[in-house]
Design a protein. Structure first.
Lengths: 376, 913
């Protein structure tokens, strides 16, 4: 009896795979999303890169030249401007993020101890660049001023050095981060769309009723969709991780890839179940299309894969603990970047299995009822 | 019919292939004008292909076809004559829009053909009255019975007074009364418009007897042409059905012999199926009303009635697919339950909607079912071969079901239902659309199953000659059983010559007093309509565009769930993204490993814990713990104060503080490092100041930071204007992404093929409603931004609105492009998701400005519209800008419009293949 059930699940799953093979455009999109999409996402640098700075040097002194010269690529892209009017236009159009205005007589006033000020205009709508860049520029100015003073008069100060080490990503290379996060996002999105659309398609074509009239249980039909579509995504993810992320992008992986893939497998159980659930909620493909957007976007944005979870409001953080992606992102970062083992990530694994079980049960509860409800 | 005018259509050596199969093989034919021409023949001989080619719905491959005096391969001629041709494709209601009402469906076609409002109204009124649909004007097309759907399809086809009416199996699946009414209607219309030519494909030979002229086809070739009399004479047969069989080539005919049905020998006792007072309601609609019957083992029991009369619902209750609202159903003495898997194993069920997987080949479909029913593995190939042979589908074993004609698909469904040798068969209209020869072959099989193996067969049909072959039948109508008994007895009870007459008599009795379904007579003379044909042609018609837009709008309004998702969903996403994406890095967990333990080291640590950026976690004891807690992700920052820190500090000796930052999320790591360094230097400067009074470098000169456009440095002020462009890309693109491909998958795309609507009208008509919806979305989002999020809008709102309009045109156009390109809904859905989400969220300046991107990301960012609108949105919201400052971005957005439209036009085809 048990082997029969398993065999049913197996054959139904093979059927799913065969359907997918018939859709060359879909296969192309899958390949695209696990290669070019990841490669291009990795080329977005999160650190300060080519931040456009304009300098209005009204002082034209040795110090002002030193400050301007210290704004180096790749962090900054410097241009010289004559006055503030030109700078305003540049900032309005979003071409300049920073304008550094060094007043005339700056060096002289400083040496005279009058504590003059340099004005730094920041386009605060350029969120990440604005804050990071402003603090960079401030410390560059402070450094140049100190250096300038140092060479003139020695002020003794106790030297407490900072031995700053970046762990898990010593050069803070953002492609390490972006590549893996895009991989994770695409795993989730593809799994949800594949299974959700598979359910809707069977409903629209009437084949699901046919399946239900056979000696098959809804659980078997669902399990087949879970394993078959999950397998496709898992295979795509494994290939992409090895060839694109580790190969082409040369991102080192600290931990165990098999452990990550095991976790991915659990995650896929949860998100394919979610896809089936959405497939029972939506009544047609156009409804599913919107529903997918409404679900996938928050799942991706609020999972901690885009901005740190600590910055989110407490309530959002609590709610997102119910989302599989939160745990997926969390263990993926732990395993791939920090080299964590099963001893560290088991709570996330457990949470994902629990969430997946709940989603599967919810989909199962709706499955037969919603399909019977559709009067053709 | 007097004289012989020029043929309405002339075909010369027309050949048409689907993949490797030849549907038409060198067909040459002259179709006489002004008469009722019929096309008869088994399924898969190319009837539908022939009709589709004549209608211009399919692109020609080879040969020439002249219709109404011109070459159909010539696009100009096709455009010119298509308003004079009406085409009703095969399948019940395939070209109708299920959510639109009867009136709206006809109205849509009227608009397409350019009728004015007044003209449309009287035409529709007249058509609906004459077809008996007038009482159902407001009912949704999807809720009509099969016969009514076909009448509605006819109304849609006739609204523009065509000169050539092409009907592909219009009465298949329709009850005999409706069928009779349908032909009466056609006769009346022809009487009114004597010049009209009609071309019909049909599976009913008794119907074909009535036609003026016939073409008999087999295997893509013409067998014979002429009127029914001539064909019968040629074959020396009494009726057309026999004549057709006689005309077949020998190898086909060889399979056929007269059907002999041995009488059913009732075995004692057990009932196979028992239904008691079965009732099923959908809302306030009673689909099945107190139906009772008992079927003995080995009996062939027929359910006779039109589509939509409740046969299918009853069968679904028997198979456990639908729970009955009232009453009970028992199979083999066991009450039907959804979970009863064992009983289902003993049953073979064939549902009406060809429950086949169109993505699997014929062989794969058979294999799947054999395995699901656990046919022993070694026997699977044997059974598959047996089925392929028995049902005559061996030559199609490796084709996809969609490449097969209707009748072959149904034979395959039947093969699939019996592959596991069930004890009972429940067959829902297994033979509709199957030709006479194959139907007899199929009955032979069923008789064998019933009489030899004792298999119980419960079959529904609308063929009266099939009903005659059943041991007993129930006549069903409108959810109720009108009569049950042996076919001969039922006919006898009514004193009718045939079972069909008896059924019609029962139907008329049942319908008496309901409504005069036959409908009013047509007015003797038609009102003079403007010449629709001439007016409807032309390169571009705003009216046709509007008719598509109108229909799309109606469909949108009929789906309140989707509408709600589209409007409330975007608002919800805005709240989630607006609050959720925050670049403020705060609450960073850190811990200190204090190996000094002096007041100085504690003071240093205290300085950290006072920061609003950092949250202190329990102190560390050693390096191993530091390593472990950072690895779990608990700590973003670990600080080690070396032994002797206080002493060294006091003596002015150099010392070093160890700092570890979690760099897994680089931008957070960088921020953490920045914060920490700032705090460290401030602390040291303060320390120096406290002890020496000297002025440090940081105090010698200051940097005054002015955060412009967002002086409070609220993350939300920067995020919200950037979230609007993202949502106005994702949602409108998703709304239009299925627009075209869905019509392709469900079949209504045919209307686009055969009506005078042009590609640009079709596309823009589909786009327009979603542009409006997108703009409503825009106003909702803008209002939310200002009110709920408190982000002031400082610049020109008119500029923002205009940019939004351009942008929404672009995003809906993007979805349509995807839709025109894709062949399946799932590919369009995933493709749109992947192609909009990544560039909109990552490459358009939400977090990182487009100008700072490099490589492939910069390419995507510059060639994706979101970045341009984002600059306008931030510019008008935060920077108080207007048209003058942002001109370039308007042009950039506008440039996307023609590019996307042209690409969509390239991928959209005006004819099927």
């Amino acid at each position: 009896m048990n082997s029969r059930r398993l065999a049913n699940v197996l054959y139904l799953g093979v059927k799913e795979l065969r359907s997918l093979r018939r859709d060359p455009l879909m296969l192309f999109f899958i390949v695209f999303s696990f290669s070019i999409a990841i490669y291009s996402a990795a080329s977005v640098s999160m650190e300060l890169n080519k931040a456009p700075v304009a300098v209005i040097d009204e002082d034209r002194s040795q110090l002002s030249a030193a400050i301007t010269g210290a704004l180096l690529p790749p962090h900054f892209k410097v241009s010289m401007l004559a006055d503030m009017a030109a700078a305003d236009a540049g900032m309005d159009r979003g071409r300049l993020t920073f304008v550094l205005d060094i007043p005339s007589g700056f060096q002289r006033d400083m040496l005279a101890g009058r504590q003059p000020a340099i004005q730094l205009n920041v386009d605060a709508t350029q969120t990440s660049q604005a804050f990071l860049g402003a603090s960079y520029i401030q410390s560059i100015v402070a450094g140049e001023v100190a250096h300038f003073l140092d060479t003139r008069s020695a002020v003794a100060a106790p030297e407490v050095k900072l031995a700053l080490r970046m762990r898990f990503n010593p050069n803070l290379s953002s492609k390490w981060f972006s590549a893996v996060m895009e991989l994770i996002n695409n795993i989730t999105m593809l799994a949800i769309i594949l299974t959700g659309a598979a359910v809707i398609r069977e409903r629209e074509h009437g084949t699901i009723e046919h399946l239900l009239s056979m000696p098959l249980s809804p659980a078997q039909i669902m399990a087949a969709k879970v394993w078959a579509n999950g397998l496709v995504v898992l295979a795509a993810a494994a290939v992409s991780l090895n060839l694109v992320v580790r190969g082409l992008l040369d991102v080192p992986v600290a931990g165990s890839v098999p452990l990550f893939l095991l976790g991915t497998l659990l995650h896929l159980f949860a998100v394919t179940s979610m896809g089936i659930f959405l497939g029972t909620v939506a009544r047609s493909m156009p409804q599913l299309a919107l529903l997918v957007m409404l679900v996938v976007l928050p799942l991706e944005v609020l999972s901690g894969g885009m901005t740190p979870r600590e910055s989110m409001p407490e309530i959002v953080r609590q709610i997102m603990l119910l989302a599989p992606t939160t745990h997926f992102v969390s263990f993926a970062q732990a395993i791939l970047y920090r080299g964590a083992g099963l001893d560290v990530v088991w709570p996330q694994f457990l949470a994902i299995v629990a969430i997946g079980g709940a989603l599967f049960a919810a989909a199962l509860a709706r499955f037969r009822r919603t399909i019977a409800d559709v009067q053709t | 019919m007097s004289g012989s005018p020029a043929p309405v259509a002339r075909l010369v050596s027309v050949t048409h292939r689907y993949g490797g199969t030849r549907a038409l093989d060198g067909v040459s034919l002259d179709l006489p004008a002004g008469c009722m021409a019929g096309c008869i023949g088994p399924d898969g001989v190319g009837k539908s292909t022939l009709l589709g080619l004549i209608a211009g719905a399919r692109a020609m491959q080879s040969g020439t076809i002249e219709v109404l005096g011109g070459d159909m391969a010539d696009r100009r001629h096709r455009d010119a004559v298509c308003p004079r041709i009406a085409y009703m494709p095969q399948g019940l209601g395939r070209n109708l829009y299920a959510t639109l009402s009867v009136y709206e469906n006809v109205d849509f076609f009227g608009r397409l053909f350019g009728h004015g409002r007044e003209e449309r109204e009287w035409r529709i009124r007249e058509l609906l009255a004459s077809t008996g649909l007038a009482p159902f004007t407001d009912r949704a097309a999807g809720k009509l019975s099969g016969g009514m759907k076909q009448k509605l399809g006819l109304c849609c086809a006739l609204i523009h007074d065509p000169d050539l009416l092409i009907l592909d199996e219009p009465t298949t699946g329709v009850d005999p009364l409706s069928r009779r009414q349908f032909w009466q209607l056609i006769a009346r219309i022809r009487a009114r418009r004597p010049g009209m030519s009609v071309m019909v494909a049909t599976a009913y030979m008794e119907e074909a007897e009535q036609f003026d002229w016939l073409v008999a086809m087999n295997a893509g070739k013409v067998l014979a042409t002429g009127n029914a009399q001539a064909l019968k004479a040629q074959a020396g047969s009494e009726n057309l059905e026999q004549a057709f069989v006689a005309l077949l080539p020998d190898e086909r005919r060889g399979e056929h012999r007269a059907l002999v049905i041995p009488p059913h020998q009732p075995r004692d006792g057990e009932m196979a199926i028992e239904a008691e007072e079965l009732t099923r309601r959908f809302g306030d609609f009673t689909a099945v009303d107190r139906v009772s019957f008992r079927i003995a083992r080995g009996e062939i029991f027929g359910f006779v009635g039109s589509n939509g009369c409740g046969k299918t619902t009853t069968m679904k209750m028997l198979t456990g697919l639908l729970p009955p609202s009232e009453g009970t159903a028992r199979l083999f003495g066991r009450t039907v339950a959804a979970k009863d898997v064992d009983t289902r194993r003993r049953v073979g069920y064939m549902s009406q909607g060809f429950s086949l997987y169109s993505e699997l080949t014929v062989r794969q479909n058979l294999e799947l079912h054999a395995r699901l029913f656990h046919v022993p593995a070694p026997e699977v190939p044997v059974r598959i071969d047996e089925m392929l042979r028995r049902f005559g589908i061996a030559h199609a074993a490796d084709l996809l079901p969609d490449a097969l004609p209707l009748g072959m698909r149904q034979r395959l469904s039947l093969a699939v239902a019996v592959i596991h040798r069930p004890e009972m068969l429940i067959l829902d209209e297994p033979t509709s659309g199957v030709d006479p020869v194959a139907r007899d072959a199929f009955w032979e099989l069923m008789i064998g199953l019933s009489r030899r193996d004792g298999v119980t067969i419960f079959i529904s049909t609308h063929f009266m000659n099939e009903a005659q072959r059943c041991d007993r039948i129930s006549l069903m109508h409108a959810g109720r059983v009108l009569a049950t008994g042996e076919p001969a007895a039922l006919a006898g009870a009514r004193g009718a010559a045939t079972l069909e007459d008896a059924f019609i008599s029962y139907l008329e009795e049942a319908e008496a007093g309901v409504a005069d379904a036959a409908g009013a007579d047509l007015p003797s003379a038609s009102r003079a309509g403007t010449d629709a044909a001439r007016r409807a042609t032309g390169t571009f018609s705003l009216r046709r565009l509007a008719s598509y837009a109108h229909r799309e709008t109606l469909e949108l309004l009929r789906d309140p769930i989707r509408l709600a998702f589209a409007l409330l969903g975007t608002a919800l996403l805005m709240v989630i993204l607006g609050y959720g994406i925050s670049m403020d890095v705060e609450n960073l967990p850190y811990a200190v490993l204090d190996r000094d333990g002096t007041p100085a080291s504690r003071d240093y640590a205290l300085n950290l814990s006072g920061s609003r950026y950092f949250v202190e976690h329990p102190p560390l004891q050693d390096h191993a713990e530091l390593d472990r807690r950072m690895r779990t992700g608990e700590l973003s920052l670990a600080v080690e104060i070396p032994p002797g820190f206080g002493r060294d500090l006091k003596r002015g000796r150099g010392t070093e503080i160890g700092v570890w930052v979690d760099g897994a999320m680089p931008f957070r790591g960088e921020t953490v490092a920045g914060y920490f360094q700032g705090m460290h230097y401030n602390y040291m400067a303060e320390l120096v100041g406290r002890e020496t009074g000297a002025v440090s470098a940081t105090e010698a000169a200051r940097v005054e930071v002015r955060y412009r456009y967002n002086p409070d440095v609220r993350s939300i002020n920067a995020m919200v204007p950037a979230v609007i462009p993202i949502l106005l890309m994702l949602i409108p693109a998703m709304l239009t992404a299925l627009g075209v491909v869905r019509e392709k998958e469900l079949g209504s795309i045919v209307n686009f093929y055969v009506t005078p609507v042009t590609r640009i009208e079709f596309l823009l008509g589909k786009q327009l409603p979603y542009v409006v919806l997108g703009m409503i979305n825009f106003f909702i989002l803008a209002a939310l931004a200002v009110t709920a999020f408190g982000v002031p809008h400082k610049g020109s709102f008119a500029a923002l609105t205009l940019a939004a309009l351009l942008y929404v045109i672009v995003s809906t156009g993007f979805g349509l492009l995807m839709s025109a390109f894709a062949q399946t809904q799932i590919a369009a859905l995933f493709g749109t998701a992947i192609a909009t989400m990544l560039p909109a969220v990552q490459f358009s300046g939400l977090i990182h400005p487009v100008s700072s991107l490099e490589g492939i990301a910069a390419v995507f960012g510059n060639f994706f519209p979101t970045g341009y609108f984002l600059i306008v949105s931030r510019g008008t919201f935060s920077k108080a800008l207007g048209f003058g400052d942002l001109g370039y971005y308007f042009w950039a957005l506008a440039a996307f419009v023609p590019v996307l439209t042209v690409l969509s036009l390239v991928f959209l085809r005006k004819q099927g293949r």
